[in-house]
Design a protein around this ligand. Structure first.
Ligand SMILES: Cc1cc2nc3c(=O)[nH]c(=O)nc-3n(C[C@H](O)[C@H](O)[C@H](O)COP(=O)(O)OP(=O)(O)OC[C@H]3O[C@@H](n4cnc5c(N)ncnc54)[C@H](O)[C@@H]3O)c2cc1C
Length: 437
C-alpha cells in the first residue's frame, strides 16, 4: 500500500476503512472542512487529495472575516507565524486613496488574515485528521459510472518512485470538492452556466520591506491594453514575512474580456505601485500564475443521487471580490449537515435540500452581485463608481461591507435599494445594465 496518510501522526491512528461512508474528492479548503465537520459528527470519512501536502494553490492568500469565522469554528490555531493578521482595506482609485477598517459585526470578527495556501490547507487538513478523518494525499479520484450513476470511485495512488496503484471504493456519498476545473464534477454532469460571470486572476510573490503592513491593499482602476477601466482590481496582500502576494483579476462581464491578458495587467499594475512597496517585475520571487474563479453558484447541478458539490466545484466564489476560501468552508459545513441527516435517516434524497439551503443563504446576495458585475463591465460605469466611492469614507465603508458580504441581516434590503440607486445614477453606455436577473 503506497497511499500517504498525512503526517502519520502516531496519536492519529485511523482504522483502515476501505469503504468509508463518505469520500471527499479534493483536499483544499472545501474538502478539508467537509472532512472536519463530518468526522466531528462521527461519520467515517476519507479525504483524498491528488497532490502531496504541503501543496500550493494559485491564490491571493487573503482571508476576510467570514473565513476567519469558519477557521475559528474549526479550532484553527491563529498564533502561528505563517498567519499575518489584517485590520482592514486600503483602496486606491488611481492616485486617490482611502483606508477602512473591517466593520464590526454581530457574527464575524473585525479582522482578517493573509497566509500561504500551502500552509493554510495543510493545517486545515490536519484539523480534519485530528477529528478522525482519514486524509490521503498523493491520491487522485476518478468517478466510476454505471448507467450514468456514480457507482464507485477509483483511486490512483502515486508511489514514492512514481508507480501508480489503483483501488476502488464504494462510499455511500461522495463530496465533490475538486476546485474550479472540477473534472470529477464534470464526469458526473456538472457544468458552468455560461450566462453567469466568472473571473480570471493572476498572482506572484515579491519581497518587500512593507510586508508587515496590516492592511490589504487594492487598486480599483485597472486598465486593459487600450486604456479602458476594467471590472476587477489589483491587490497586494502582505504576508508579514518579508514577502507580499501581488495579483490582479478581471471579470468576464467586461466587453474586451476575450482579449484580456492577465499577465500584462499584472505587469502594468506592478509598474504603477506606490513606492513604499519597493517592487518591480524584476524583483519577483516566483513566476506569476493564474487561475479561474467560478462565481455566484454558477456550477450545477450541485447534488446527484449520491453526491454533493461544494466550494469552487459548485461555483461558490463571491462575484464582488473574488473570495472563495470562505465560501468553500461555508458550503462544506452546510453540505455536511445534509450528509449527516441523509446518512442518519438512510434517505439520500435529503441531500437535495442542500440546493434550497444554498439559495436561502446566497440567492439574494448573488442576484445583486451578478447585476452589479454586469453593470461594472461597462468601463464608464466602473470609472464613475470608483471615483465617486473613493471620495466618501462612509460610502466606502458601506461598499466594503457589501463586497465582503458582511451586512447584518436587516441591512440587506438596503443593499439592494442602494444598488438600484447607483444603477440609475450611472446609466451610461448602450447596453442595458442588468441582463441576468
Ligand atoms: C489568482 C487567484 C487568487 C485568488 N485569491 C483569493 C483570495 O485572496 N481569497 C479567497 O478567499 N479566494 C481567492 N481565490 C479563490 C480561491 O482560491 C478558491 O475559491 C478556493 O481555493 C476554493 O477552494 P476549494 O476547496 O473549492 O478548491 P481548491 O482550493 O481548488 O481545492 C481543490 C483540491 O482538489 C484537488 N483535486 C482536484 N481533482 C482531484 C481529484 N480528481 N482527486 C483528488 N484531488 C483532486 C486539487 O489538487 C486541490 O487541492 C483566488 C483564486 C485565484 C485563481
Amino acid at each position: 500500500m503506497n497511499s500517504h496518510w498525512i503526517y502519520g501522526a502516531p496519536n492519529l491512528t485511523h482504522s483502515m476503512n476501505p469503504n468509508p461512508q463518505v469520500l471527499v474528492v479534493g483536499g483544499g479548503p472545501g474538502g478539508a472542512a467537509a472532512g472536519y465537520w463530518l468526522a466531528k459528527a462521527g461519520v467515517s470519512v476519507t479525504v483524498v487529495e491528488k497532490k502531496k501536502y504541503p501543496r500550493d494553490k494559485t491564490c491571493g492568500d487573503g482571508l476576510t472575516p467570514r473565513a476567519i469565522h469558519q477557521l475559528l469554528a474549526m479550532g484553527f490555531e491563529f498564533d502561528i507565524p505563517t498567519m499575518h493578521r489584517i485590520n482592514g482595506l486600503r483602496a486606491y482609485a488611481g492616485s486617490s486613496k482611502i483606508e477602512i477598517p473591517w466593520p464590526e459585526h454581530t457574527i464575524y470578527p473585525n479582522w482578517g488574515g493573509v497566509i500561504r495556501r500551502a500552509d493554510l490547507d495543510m493545517d486545515v487538513a490536519q484539523l480534519a485528521a485530528k477529528q478522525g478523518a482519514v486524509v490521503r494525499d498523493g491520491t487522485e479520484a476518478h468517478a466510476v459510472l454505471e448507467d450514468g450513476v456514480l457507482a464507485g470511485v477509483e483511486l490512483k495512488i502515486k508511489g514514492e518512485s512514481g508507480e501508480i496503484e489503483t483501488e476502488r471504493l464504494e462510499p455511500d456519498i461522495v463530496v465533490v470538492a475538486d476546485g474550479s476545473l472540477s473534472r470529477f464534477g464534470r464526469a458526473l454532469g456538472t457544468e458552468r452556466r455560461r450566462d453567469y460571470p466568472y473571473g480570471m486572476a493572476v498572482r506572484g510573490y515579491f519581497e518587500s520591506p512593507n510586508s508587515h503592513d496590516d492592511m490589504l491593499e487594492s487598486q480599483l482602476h485597472i486598465m486593459d491594453s487600450q486604456g479602458r477601466t476594467m471590472p476587477g482590481y489589483g491587490w497586494i496582500f502582505p504576508l508579514g514575512d518579508g514577502t507580499i502576494n501581488v495579483g490582479a483579476g478581471a471579470l468576464s462581464s467586461f466587453k474586451g474580456w476575450k482579449d484580456i491578458n492577465t499577465s500584462r495587467i499584472l505587469e502594468s499594475y506592478v509598474d504603477g505601485l506606490p513606492g513604499y512597496w519597493e517592487v518591480t517585475m524584476d524583483s519577483k520571487l516566483t513566476r506569476p500564475l493564474g487561475g479561474k474563479l467560478p462565481m455566484a453558484m454558477s456550477v450545477g447541478p450541485k447534488v446527484g443521487r449520491n453526491w454533493i458539490a461544494i466550494g469552487d466545484a459548485s461555483g461558490a466564489v463571491n462575484p464582488f471580490n473574488g473570495e472563495g476560501i470562505d465560501y468553500a468552508y461555508e458550503t462544506a459545513r452546510l453540505a455536511s449537515g445534509y450528509i449527516i441527516e441523509a446518512l442518519g435517516s438512510g434517505d439520500l434524497t435529503r441531500l437535495r435540500r442542500y440546493e434550497d439551503a444554498l439559495e436561502d443563504e446566497y440567492g439574494d446576495y448573488h442576484r445583486v452581485a451578478r447585476a452589479f458585475v454586469i453593470a461594472v463591465g461597462n468601463p464608464a460605469v466602473m470609472r464613475t463608481l470608483t471615483s465617486i466611492g473613493i471620495r466618501s469614507k462612509p460610502l466606502m465603508e458601506w461598499v466594503l461591507k457589501v463586497m465582503a458580504n458582511l451586512l447584518e441581516p436587516e441591512e440587506f434590503g438596503m443593499a439592494e435599494r442602494v444598488y438600484h440607486i447607483i444603477e440609475k445614477l450611472v446609466k451610461v453606455g448602450p447596453e442595458p445594465l442588468i441582463r441576468s436577473r
